[in-house]
Write a protein of this length. Structure first.
Length: 278
């Protein structure tokens, strides 16, 4: 069956808004893979300032923790976004996933890394989390080594190199999920690109056609580098293009996604559900 996966990272999203968004999606039988921190550290670093406790909640927040437990019961997937938004040692990383198990009754299936994209030139001067597998996370002698944990615990893994550019997007399921040794990598594409590819998904003759979308419910839109100048100039006109989830746009986007799914025999499924569906 054709599949639409929607994933969101929790950056700049407070508990009440996060819970409300997940509840509204569940009411429309649209299921989200939402990546969440265990906590948000107050650290004077780029990572600590990019997401702070002022604008972002992890499940250490009681309201969010309760809401996430309810969201899991509704059918959403709670993915692991790291123990915090800042660099976490191997011990801290392990404590985070153990805490997840204590709260949600099982280890997380999906791990979505957090931080800048090393493939984007403007990001190369920014601070990267030390435990990224592309950083110290793959170095056995490092305090930030976690690759073996990723291999042993998680059924799906995403890093910034798995963010597809528009030209690389296909709707073939096997192009979204890649196995490399003991790690299952999951590709994602911006929900902005779904605006273009939704028609292809609807009309495709491939019964397993798939799109895995990536957004931030807490952001006020994402505009790709090639479209930045034009779209920023006409920002209000593009807010409903599946990258802006505030106010009436949230209702409008959910309504349109629901219509696409219901009218075209497309299932809404989480990353976990898709990977396990052999």
């Amino acid at each position: 069956m054709k599949s639409l996966v929607i994933t969101s990272d929790c950056d700049h999203l407070l508990a009440s808004e996060h819970i409300n968004i997940l509840r509204m999606f569940a009411e429309n039988e649209i299921f989200i893979t939402t990546a969440v921190f265990a906590r948000v550290d107050n650290e004077d670093s780029w990572l600590g300032r990019h997401c702070s406790s002022i604008d972002t909640h992890g499940w250490e927040n009681k309201e969010l923790r309760k809401g996430l437990i309810e969201a899991q019961a509704m059918g959403h997937e709670i993915a692991f976004h790291g123990t915090s938004q800042c660099s976490n040692t191997r011990d801290e990383f392990s404590k985070g996933i153990d805490e997840y198990k204590n709260i949600f009754g099982e280890y997380p299936f999906t791990y979505i890394e957090h931080g800048p994209n090393p493939l984007i030139q403007s990001h190369k001067t920014l601070e990267f989390k030390s435990e990224l597998l592309s950083n110290h996370g793959s170095q056995v002698d490092s305090d930030y080594y976690i690759k073996d944990i990723v291999e042993d615990v998680f059924g799906a893994y995403w890093d910034q190199t798995c963010l597809l550019d528009e030209k690389d997007i296909t709707l073939t399921k096997s192009d979204w999920i890649k196995n490399d040794n003991d790690i299952t990598y999951v590709n994602r594409a911006r929900m902005l690109d779904f605006t273009k590819f939704k028609r292809d998904l609807i009309t495709s003759n491939n019964v397993n056609a798939t799109f895995i979308g990536y957004t931030h419910f807490g952001y006020e839109g994402f505009f790709g580098k090639r479209r930045q100048i034009l779209l920023n100039a006409f920002r209000p006109l593009f807010k409903s293009r599946f990258e802006y989830w505030k106010g009436k746009n949230l209702e409008r986007n959910i309504k349109e996604i629901k219509k696409i799914i219901d009218n075209n025999k497309i299932r809404s499924i989480t990353v976990k559900g898709l990977v396990k569906d052999k």
